[in-house]
Design a protein around this ligand. Structure first.
Ligand code: INS
Length: 339
């Protein structure tokens, strides 16, 4: 079966995913597109051979759409995901699942009431080969219990519209998701402190930020978020256990020796750094929709947890560095918990 996907939001990431679904992944076709900018929807639809529809609700209801991809502006995600659940259609939602914990919980409740998982959230790092290898090593137990995690998340620059809370909401959220999954543990508190600010930032932005998370097992995670580091897009992660450590590999790159120096290039763009992860994420999602099975990627619960934890980090930043306990509901059995 070819999965007919309808795409809500034809901006940069939406267009990248449309390309992926039409050119990279087999078994999917994009049949409908909508965007807040009708002209852009029409233009992208024409290029893709899809139909442009006026609204997200029209797209979800369309008989030509088997599954929905939400890549619109974050505050609109909840409405589209809830519509898809009401229609009983699988829905892939780019992060964030919703911008408030309350809206995430509405989605969780709607999905539980439906009785089967329909929602997958676009946390793509779980599909990156490096993180997957780390997970394999950690699950053998050969490193003993994990104790500490050191991470860095660096972007070369960010636009003026990027504000201080986005360091948690838009950037650190990737580590928050991937570390919950890697450690198979929950984050229970967040603290954000700000070192000397770089002069290479817009004046309103606190950059860099150091985030410290604690998990329920007592693991401490330190994460440097530095979004104007200038030199490249650089993601580091090292898990220290009782008997050794495991480190995320840098992307493969040729070594160059010239002019009395040797080195390798550093990628500049997150879309390149995680290209393979995005491809695998969509291959697996399309395969699950085609097979009529529930998605195995990040769930609505993971989307809720990420929002609760980023809220705690933002509250810490705004308080000047207090440790803030996360305000998370117990995990329901439907999502693998005990509640
Ligand atoms: C982007 C994206 C990237 C992250 C950036 C963020 O939206 O999620 O993966 O590195 O900091 O602004």
């Amino acid at each position: 079966m070819t999965v007919r996907v309808g795409v809500i939001g034809a901006g940069m990431i939406g267009q990248d995913h449309i390309r992926r679904l039409t050119e990279v992944v087999t078994g999917a076709t994009v049949t409908a597109v909508t965007d807040i900018d009708a002209g852009r929807a029409a233009e992208v639809a024409a290029r893709t051979g899809a139909t442009a529809l006026p609204t997200g609700a029209d797209l979800v209801a369309s008989p030509d759409v088997d599954a929905v991809l939400v890549t619109s502006w974050g505050p609109t995600h909840a409405e589209h995901v809830l519509n898809a659940i009401a229609a009983g259609k699988p829905v892939f939602c780019e992060k964030p699942l919703a911008t408030t914990a309350e809206d995430c919980l509405r989605i969780v409740e709607a999905e539980r009431a439906h009785g089967l998982r329909l929602v997958q959230v676009g946390f793509m790092r779980r599909f990156d080969p490096g993180y997957r290898q780390m997970k394999e090593v950690l699950s053998t137990g050969s490193l003993g219990a994990p104790l500490i995690v050191h991470c860095a998340h660096r972007n070369p620059t960010v636009p003026e519209s990027y504000h201080s809370a986005m360091a948690a909401q838009d950037t650190a959220v990737h580590e928050i998701d991937v570390l919950r999954w890697l450690l198979d543990d929950e984050i229970v508190s967040a603290q954000v402190v700000t070192p000397r600010a770089t002069s290479k930032r817009f004046a309103h932005l606190k950059d860099p930020q150091i985030m410290i998370f604690e998990t329920s097992a007592g693991v401490r995670i330190d994460l440097e978020v530095f979004v104007n580091c200038q030199y490249g897009y650089d993601i580091q992660c090292e898990v220290v256990g009782e008997d050794g450590l495991v480190r995320l590999p840098d992307p493969a790159a040729v070594g160059i020796r010239t002019a009395a120096r040797h080195g390798t290039g550093v990628l500049q763009d997150w879309k390149d750094r995680f290209a393979e992860a995005f491809d695998t994420e969509f291959r697996e999602w399309v395969a699950s929709v085609a097979a009529g099975t529930q998605p195995t990627g990040p769930s609505a619960w993971d989307g809720y947890a990420a929002t609760v934890i980023t809220d705690a980090a933002v509250r810490s930043l705004e308080s000047g560095g207090e440790t803030v306990t996360t305000d998370m509901k117990p995990r329901p059995a439907f999502y693998g918990g005990t509640a």
